[in-house]
Design a protein around this ligand. Structure first.
Ligand SMILES: Cc1ncc(COP(=O)(O)O)c(C=O)c1O
Length: 285
């Protein structure tokens, strides 16, 4: 397991890597700050706001839906991120070509980063994970591995691994979102824009009824896995990905003795809120 959750207390998981090229581009263009989008529990906005505070640049967050106070939102405010709530229709317009114009008029000199730190720059930032893992495994005496397994939300991190692997090993993405959420298309778009050789990848259903849907079986698995391994997980990405992996192993999907690199993509900042939401939903039922 590649423990990206241990990277940094705030800018943790795949976010560090997904943000790195975006932030370098912002710096290269002498931006005064960075503006981006996400939900009220967004790990991406959380990492971006923390990076702004740590490295001393301004941040603006455009949020989905109506104003609400969540632990993530409280942190964003504490980190000094300027927040705007777009409603649901306003947020759906985020892919329109003219979406950023009024925001960049309000915040001149800001650098826009797409939702989740995605797109080709996000993927390029994740490419180095491949060489880093190979170096670490070599130092542990592993001569090779067979495949990667990780959670996929937009598919950006997975695309970065594909680019880094240059077809050497397959990459498996456990979908944290339903199959019709366009992950396949986003991975394809990144790979085509990169125009680099890539190998085989496979997307596996893992969202268990929808993004952010949590059920008792998942929580039971998460608790057991945490107790057994001592590795903290969160229910929306890492626990779902690990559970889907176990199901595939049990179903004989991988040959016995296969060596997989599972990526812990972080997201632990949202753990408590996700668990609380589930218990409130259970009480309401
Ligand atoms: C903790 C965690 N894991 C995995 C992902 C999925 O990453 P990606 O959007 O690059 O597929 C996310 C979302 O960005 C996340 O917050």
């Amino acid at each position: 397991m590649l423990r990206l959750d241990l990277l940094d207390p705030l800018i943790s998981g795949n976010k560090w890597f997904k943000l790195s090229h975006h932030l370098r581009a912002a710096q290269d263009s002498d931006a005064v700050g960075v503006i981006s989008l996400g939900g009220a529990h967004s790990n991406h906005l959380h990492a971006l706001a923390a990076a702004g505070k740590r490295f001393n640049f301004q941040t603006v967050g455009l949020l989905r839906g109506l104003p609400q106070q969540t632990p993530t939102v409280a942190d964003l405010q504490a980190f000094g991120m300027q927040l705007h709530w777009l409603g649901y229709a306003g947020y759906r317009a985020r892919h329109a070509p003219e979406f950023w114009l009024p925001w960049l008029a309000d915040y001149p000199g800001f650098y826009p980063v797409p939702e989740g730190g995605g797109g080709l720059p996000g993927a390029l930032g994740c490419m180095c994970l491949v060489s880093q893992v190979r170096e670490q495994l070599a130092s542990l005496g592993w001569d090779d591995y067979d495949a990667w397994w990780l959670a996929a939300g937009t598919g950006t991190t997975l695309a970065g691994l594909l680019l880094g692997e240059a077809a050497a090993h397959p990459v498996h993405g456990a979908l944290a979102v339903p199959a019709d959420h366009g992950v396949e298309q986003q991975v394809q778009a990144i790979v085509q824009e990169a125009a680099m050789p890539v190998g085989r990848y496979q997307l596996h259903a893992a969202c268990r009824g929808g993004f952010a849907k949590v059920d008792d079986e998942l929580l039971g698995f998460m608790q057991a896995a945490e107790t057994e391994s001592g590795v903290p997980l969160e229910p929306l990405y890492t626990a779902k990905a690990l559970m889907a992996l176990r199901q595939q192993v049990e179903a004989g999907y991988f040959a016995r003795g296969s060596r997989l690199v599972f990526v812990h993509t972080g997201g632990l900042q949202g753990r408590a809120a996700a668990l609380l939401q589930h218990s409130q939903a259970c009480l309401a039922d």
